[in-house]
Ligand binder design. Structure first.
Ligand code: NDP
Length: 269
């Protein structure tokens, strides 16, 4: 039986073992998938112990995605563009890193939510690791523009240098701007984890599809706020979570599992 794990800190809440076990059950692949608590600065040592116990692949979550990136000798294009790694695998004893977060989001938006991103105007709230991971795969969908609004303007500015279609704002600048309405708003901040709302003007959510990358048992405060102010539809980050996991699974097992039943299972939990 092959051994896998997700590394992060805190890690007890991670749904990854449930998701990967469900994929394995569907495909008749027997696997063991653990949660391993690894505070910042301890990943190299934890990975060595994991490898000695027979570990063949791992997922990486907060706060270790950058640390994982620096430990890898080889990176996929998506990992390079994000400068962050959420999937590890070994090729001939070389540690390799991939980032499936952005492709996972694109799969959720296009296949599950059935949104055609071509020519669309996007607003991304937040400029942290999650935004770094999703930018390149979204740009590759031929979106028209991406505006990034972030509490700390400089962090959004750094990301905007990637592509001429990106404009950086803080919330005040965005709210006073002459931007046309957005088709899709993605909340890529961690504010919903603490039930905090963002200082985003109401006018932006009216008529837009809204997604919060955070997932909770109930709708996030941001989804509730957007729904009550005229959003066309609201979605949480469960679909992205399952889709990015499916892409990691494919990297390790060379087969893409069905995601729909697992998304439904998690939503019902
Ligand atoms: P980071 O810590 O790297 O970045 C956090 C971002 O949120 C920063 O832009 C920060 O702004 C902003 N922020 C935090 N608190 C507030 C606040 N109170 N008001 C305004 N802005 C705030 O986190 P990540 O980018 O790695 O992750 C963000 C979220 O995305 C996480 O909550 C995670 O749960 C979710 N996520 C979901 C995934 C999924 O599969 N569904 C995958 C990956 C992430 P500033 O720059 O000013 O500090």
């Amino acid at each position: 039986m092959s051994l896998f794990a997700v590394f992060g800190s805190p890690i007890a809440h991670s749904l990854s073992p449930i998701i990967h076990q469900a994929f394995g059950n569907e495909l008749g692949i027997s696997l063991q998938y653990e949660r391993i608590n690894a505070p910042l600065g301890t990943l190299a040592e934890s990975l060595e112990q994991f490898r000695m116990r027979g570990g063949v692949g791992a997922n990486i979550t907060v706060p270790l995605k950058l640390e994982a990136y620096t430990l890898c000798s080889e990176h996929t294009d998506n990992a390079k563009k994000a400068m962050a790694v959420n999937t590890l695998y070994w090729s001939h004893n070389t540690l390799c890193g991939d980032n499936t977060d952005g492709e996972g989001l694109v799969r959720d938006l296009t296949l599950n939510i059935k949104l055609n991103l071509e020519g669309k105007r996007l607003l991304i709230l937040g400029a942290g690791g999650a935004t770094r991971g999703i930018l390149a795969p979204l740009l590759a969908q031929s979106v028209e523009t991406i505006s990034i609004a972030n509490r700390t303007l400089e962090n959004a500015r750094i990301l905007s240098h990637q592509d001429p279609r990106i404009t950086a704002y803080n919330y005040e600048l965005l709210n006073n701007s002459k931007e046309s309405p957005f088709d899709l708003i993605i909340n890529s901040t961690s504010a919903s984890l603490e039930d905090k709302l963002l200082p985003l003007a109401l006018k932006w959510v009216k008529g837009a599809v809204v997604m919060d990358l955070v997932y909770k048992k109930q709708e996030t405060v941001f989804m509730q706020w957007a729904k009550s102010h005229g959003a066309l539809a609201t979605h949480d980050g469960i679909g992205m979570l399952v889709e990015q996991a499916a892409l990691s699974f494919k990297r390790w097992h060379q087969v893409l599992p069905s995601t729909g039943p697992v998304i439904q299972m998690l939503k019902a939990m």
